[in-house]
Write a protein that binds this ligand. Structure first.
Ligand code: AP5
Ligand code: MG
Length: 208
């Protein structure tokens, strides 16, 4: 299975990818995580990337596609694409890339979430420096794994507002790209994480 998980910032792509990864033995490739790892390395590229991400903009298609190809090439499992493609150009490049590695997309799952909920979720999100997962409660001092918690710079209200604008302008057209492919399904993201997961699994059980 090769799955694309789409959705606006905060829709729950990362949360659901972590669950799907264990349930279906898939590789989770989050382009946001790849970029944050580059930022954490302190490289010159990481510094350029940080400016783009923290301002809530998209990095270039060219950079993103080449970073992704390295991961796809090295993977021997089905893949969950989290946060990619984010532009129609990336969707077209992904199609060509998957053909090259004898893969194809099984399902495109859009997690829908109202914008008011996005702001609420992201203003209280704290992530673990060690395992990368969001903290389950707003009061816990450290992650369940013991790791230190931090706030993403692009979760500042101004960045979130801009990320949503970029999403509407550049990423929603990707929905139109897949909508009539016969693989596209929308899931209600405004439910508990367990309910969202259940809905995604019932889609995947049909195409497994
Ligand atoms: P990326 O890291 O992909 O960020 P994003 O798409 O904005 O989405 P998030 O990671 O913020 O949210 P999520 O949907 O994963 O939600 P989560 O599960 O964490 O990208 C960051 C940046 O990198 C981009 O802005 C861009 O600059 C760059 N970039 C990345 N990919 C790119 C590409 N392809 N091309 C160009 N640039 C790219 O959940 C959010 C919060 O809600 C958490 O606190 C969680 O605990 C909580 N939550 C989750 N589900 C539920 C639920 N059902 N109910 C209640 N709370 C929930
Ligand atoms: Mg994420």
């Amino acid at each position: 299975m090769n799955i694309i998980l789409m959705g606006c910032p905060g829709a729950g792509k990362g949360t659901q990818s972590a669950r799907l990864q264990s349930a279906y033995n898939l590789q989770h490739i989050s382009t946001g995580d790849l970029l944050r790892a580059e930022m954490a390395s302190g490289s010159a590229l990481g510094k350029q990337v940080a400016e783009v991400i923290n301002g809530g903009n998209l990095v270039s298609d060219e950079l993103m596609i080449s970073m992704l190809e390295t991961r796809v090439k090295a993977s021997d499992k089905g893949i969950i694409f989290d946060g990619f493609p984010r532009t129609v150009a990336q969707a077209q490049a992904l199609e060509i890339m998957l053909q090259k590695y004898n893969r194809s997309i099984t399902s495109v799952i859009m997690i829908d979430l109202p914008e008011e909920e996005v702001v609420k979720r992201l203003s209280s999100r704290r992530l673990c420096k060690k395992c990368g997962r969001p903290a389950a409660t707003i009061t816990q001092p450290v992650c369940a794994c013991g790791g230190e918690l931090y706030v993403r710079a692009d979760d500042a209200p101004e960045s979130v507002k801009h990320r949503l604008e970029v999403y509407r302008k550049d990423t929603l057209p990707v929905k139109n790209y897949y909508q009539h492919s016969g693989k596209y399904v929308e899931i209600n993201g405004h439910q508990t994480p367990d309910q969202v997961f259940e809905d995604i699994c019932s889609v995947l059980e049909k195409v497994k």
